[in-house]
Ligand binder design. Sequence first.
Ligand SMILES: Nc1ncnc2c1ncn2[C@@H]1O[C@H](COP(=O)(O)OP(=O)(O)OP(=O)(O)O)[C@@H](O)[C@H]1O
Length: 235
Amino acid sequence: MRFEIEHLSKSFEKKEVLRDINFVFEEGKIYGLLGRNGAGKTTLFNCLNRDIKMDSGNLFLESCDTRREVVPEDIGYVLSTPTVPEFLTGREFLKFFLDINETSVKDIKPIDEYFEYMRIAPADRDKLMKDYSHGMKNKMQMLVNIIAQPNILLLDEPLTSLDVVVAEEMKQMLRTLKQGRITIFSTHLLDLALDLCDEIILLSHGELEVVEKSNLDSQNFKDRIICALQEEGYE
Ligand SMILES: Nc1ncnc2c1ncn2[C@@H]1O[C@H](COP(=O)(O)OP(=O)(O)OP(=O)(O)O)[C@@H](O)[C@H]1O
């Protein structure tokens, strides 16, 4: 499977944020998306998830010689600021999610198994999510996206609010989840990107480019990335 972005552009008034992006993502890889503050990472995710309208562009999924347009069910999106219905308990939310996705979710398990998988303590499962910490809300948002098994998983800085133990578990989880899908992971943490991601891509001057690792050792690779990001500067 390949995810193809063709001629994606997006401007806000006079500011051109995404400039005619053409890019192909491949199945089974985690792509680390890096860019300066305001480079357009969230805008790119919002366009891919159709939360905002692209000015132009097309999104395709290609597999086994067939090519079709990306549909909303193909995409899972974990936002940096988790949005969960705070008036529900964790259990009610999961139950509701499983009920409305009964036909599409494969191999539905008992709800507590999902909580166990995400290491949400029994005492927290029946609490209203308004009383959840930022990290716990983040875990719930990650969990529903994991259950939905989307072809394309977009993660906008999802690990920043998690404690070191949970972040490590989540990294491990993402490594096992990457098979059979395309994962695009935006972060400002260079070491995390290098540790977790198969490819590093930069969003710079409104365009996406792969940073080739070629024969560089990790320090030189880091230097190359930082140097490329420094060139972005301010416009
Ligand atoms: N709704 C909007 N209206 C006007 N301008 C916007 C809007 N959303 C984003 N922008 C502008 O688009 C540019 C890209 O913003 P975006 O949030 O996508 O960057 P980012 O790479 O995610 O930044 P950060 O790393 O700081 O989170 C910024 O200049 C921002 O001000």
